[in-house]
Design a protein around this ligand. Structure first.
Ligand code: AMP
Length: 181
């Protein structure tokens, strides 16, 4: 199911640009103004439910932290489980982790070793609000695959196309992004 142009515009217009946050030169895409807009939030969630209802998914994995905001309610709508992919040091049980490069230095994402209940080949959708360079999503996608789950698709609300992150993720799994920016 594709989103019609009018609904896409309502969602796009609900996202606020904050210039020079968190540092000079960055335009931060602020989704808080989407979340407190009940029409835009519902349109987005309806679209995600419609798209993924026939994918026979077993789990939604959401990327820390804004991937949780869309991933958890989507999992609930689809009647399936939700798995948080977290930044290093937040998960309490045994984890596997994946390092990725930032502009300056490295970061790590983690998932519980038993996050998908050791169901080999379970069907997983990975979700985040935005893809920029793709570092976070590539590391998260690798983690899901390391658990022996079947990563069916990686979904983003927004793709900052000029940063060329999507082709990197596409080497691991198919990508769907709703808004191209
Ligand atoms: P990257 O690893 O470079 O693809 O960055 C993606 C992660 O950073 C996502 O979790 C986004 O939520 C966040 N992010 C990166 N750039 C922006 C931006 N311009 N506005 C909002 N969030 C961003």
């Amino acid at each position: 199911m594709t989103l019609n142009e009018n609904d896409k515009k309502i969602i796009f217009d609900s996202i606020r640009d904050i210039h020079d946050f968190p540092k000079p030169g960055i335009v931060f895409k602020d989704i808080t103004t989407l979340l407190n807009n009940k029409q835009a939030f519902k349109l987005l969630m309806d679209h995600l439910e419609e798209r993924y209802k026939d994918y026979n998914l077993d789990y939604i994995a959401g990327i820390d932290s804004r991937g949780f905001i869309f991933g958890a309610p989507l999992a609930d709508r689809l009647g399936i489980g939700f798995v948080p992919v977290r930044k290093k040091g937040k998960l309490p049980s045994t984890t596997i982790c994946e390092k990725y490069e930032l502009e300056y230095g490295f970061d790590e994402v983690e998932v519980h070793l038993d996050a998908f209940n050791e169901e080999v080949g379970c069907r997983v959708l990975l979700i985040d609000d935005l893809i920029a360079t793709g570092g976070t999503a590539v590391a998260s996608a690798k983690l899901v695959k390391d658990t022996k789950a079947d990563l069916v698709e990686v979904c983003f609300l927004m793709n900052l196309d000029f940063l060329k992150g999507v082709p990197k993720v596409e080497k691991i799994a198919p990508v769907y992004s709703i808004l191209e920016i």
